[in-house]
Write a protein that binds this ligand. Sequence first.
Ligand code: URA
Length: 200
Amino acid sequence: MTTLANLNQEISLCQDCELAQTRTKVVPGEGAENAEIVFIGEAPGFYEDQQGRPFVGAAGKFLDELLASIDLDRNKVYICNVIKCRPPNNRDPLPQEIESCRGWLDRQIEIISPKVIVTLGRHSMANFFDGTSIGKIHGTAQRIDGRLFFAMYHPAAALHQQSLRKTIEADILKLPGILAEASDTVVDTTEPEPEQLSMF
Ligand code: URA
């Protein structure tokens, strides 16, 4: 087994919070271990919990369309969530659930070592960007510890609010440029402060 498969196996046995009692399946994530881009959603929903795979419901279908719009194959990226188990009735993840899952996400990122991390939705954004709102920073990239983070609205937002669909479709078109920028960058983990990239 690969290092990531081993880690995901460990994640699938996790009992670190009370969601272990209510989940059907853990949803560690899926995609390429050498992915240049990692997409991080919020939490598994009903279908994800049934199948043990991320973004397989309606939001996932839209995510697939977004990826196709920039010629990205789902198998070439990595897709996971901030928390790996479904909260009952799809409620928002609790701070302590996010906290208990944080180590798993950190280890996934460390193994994959992507050039760009795309946060989907405000819970995912809040994990990496301090004191801001998704309305302000969607469609922008920031460098944090030498890695580029690109914030997007959650694909499910387009299903609830039709007007956001065009915004999300426009935002993803910036991703290839951000990846090209990241590919030109030497990763410097000593960089102290996040810095807004004004061109995005
Ligand atoms: N929403 C998410 O945030 N993640 C999924 O896996 C599915 C829906």
